[in-house]
Design a protein around this ligand. Structure first.
Ligand SMILES: [Mn+2]
Length: 356
């Protein structure tokens, strides 16, 4: 198992690469879309969105990806994966819109370019509503600032205005109205179209596609049915196109948040790691389940993270663990301190388990 750090686009720079190395990471997971940049935009409909999706590109080019990989390699790190397609590159794949065929070709271009540059994994989150309804809280140890999902504080579930997907603006002058409701069968059908077209290209390019579950794991958000809101839904996704290159970005926090059902998290880790279907792991802890949960430090919360590591080790999991998110620590640089804490805990635990 390998230790990695995920960085958003505005953080992909030398000092953060050095920070990752200093904290013991050997790998970077790069987000090329700045969806968690501080400061939200508001749309004409009054919706808060995270920003504008790419308007000036249709895919990621070989030259851009090679430059990124070189910067990371220069600091002694490997580029393990890209995380999340830009909504501007594939909104009509999600929406089944008029540019779907064209955008699927652009996604293929990105995958082929990744393969040519030597980036082995593409993490994606097949969702129209995206992450939604989170509240800022101070529930982690020492009143650390973090996020949670609290039923009593979620905003009203308004329809998604046209021109926005995944909380980002994809069209500056959309027709009036909102995105029509999407049923479970429809969204699974769209995923099937995507996997059927893209997995063969990923196989040829030597790039593994890795699916993130729905966060929050509610069956429907803002009229949009969601895909993976229980661990067994992962199996359905894998079985659509059985391939080494159709794999999972396993988010432990999201799985722990899933409503009680006929599963436990350790069985899910066992099941998918034994199949060799996990590309990389979002290694974070939470307290509670939908409709009420809080993100907490890696060494508190409901998940026995050491037990998870032992299962992964026993099943020969050889991929990367990244902290995903973590509460912020009270100091001049809350994000970096939080990540340093998470990476330090993970590094020590990995050493202990791999040497045992
Ligand atoms: Mn995650």
């Amino acid at each position: 198992m390998k230790l990695g750090l995920g960085l958003y686009r505005h953080m992909l720079k030398r000092d953060n690469f050095r920070f990752a190395r200093q904290a013991g990471a050997t790998h970077i997971v790069a987000h090329l879309t700045d969806y968690f940049r501080p400061g939200k935009l508001s749309t004409a409909s009054g919706d808060d969105v995270w920003g504008r999706a790419a308007h000036d590109s249709t895919h990621w080019t070989y030259d851009d990806l090679l430059a990124l990989r070189r910067q990371i390699n220069e600091e002694g790190l490997e580029l393990a994966a890209l995380e999340n397609f830009d909504p501007g590159h594939w909104h009509d794949v999600l929406l089944d819109g008029p540019r779907k065929a064209e955008q699927l070709e652009h996604i293929k271009s990105t995958i082929r370019n990744m393969g040519a540059v030597g980036i082995p994994c593409m993490g994606y989150y097949f969702s129209i509503a995206g992450v939604w309804g989170r509240t800022e809280i101070q529930s982690a140890r020492g009143r650390a600032r973090g996020v949670g999902f609290l039923e009593a504080q979620t905003p009203p579930e308004t329809p998604i205005p046209n021109g926005t997907v995944w909380n980002m603006i994809v069209d500056d002058s959309p027709p009036p109205g909102s995105v029509p409701e999407v049923s479970s069968d429809e969204i699974w059908g769209r995923l099937e179209d995507f996997l059927t077209q893209i997995v063969p290209v990923a196989e040829e390019a030597g790039v593994r596609l890795a699916a993130h579950p729905d966060d929050p794991p509610l069956p429907v958000v803002r009229g949009m049915a969601r895909l993976v809101t229980q661990p067994q839904h992962y199996q359905r996704l894998l079985d659509i196109v059985p391939s080494h290159h159709n794999s999972l970005e396993m988010c432990l926090g999201t799985i722990a948040e899933m409503a009680d059902g006929d599963f436990d998290l350790y069985e899910a880790v066992e099941r998918y790691s034994a199949q060799g279907k996990i590309s990389y792991i979002h290694f974070r802890n939470v307290r509670g389940k939908v409709p009420n949960y809080e993100e907490v430090f890696v060494d508190e919360g409901d998940i026995d993270m050491l037990r998870v590591l032992k299962i992964l080790h026993r099943n020969g999991f050889d991929g990367v663990l990244v902290p995903d998110h973590t509460p912020q620590m009270s100091c001049d640089d809350p994000w970096h301190a939080g990540m340093a804490h998470a990476l330090g805990w993970m590094s020590g635990s990995l050493n202990a388990i791999q040497q045992a």
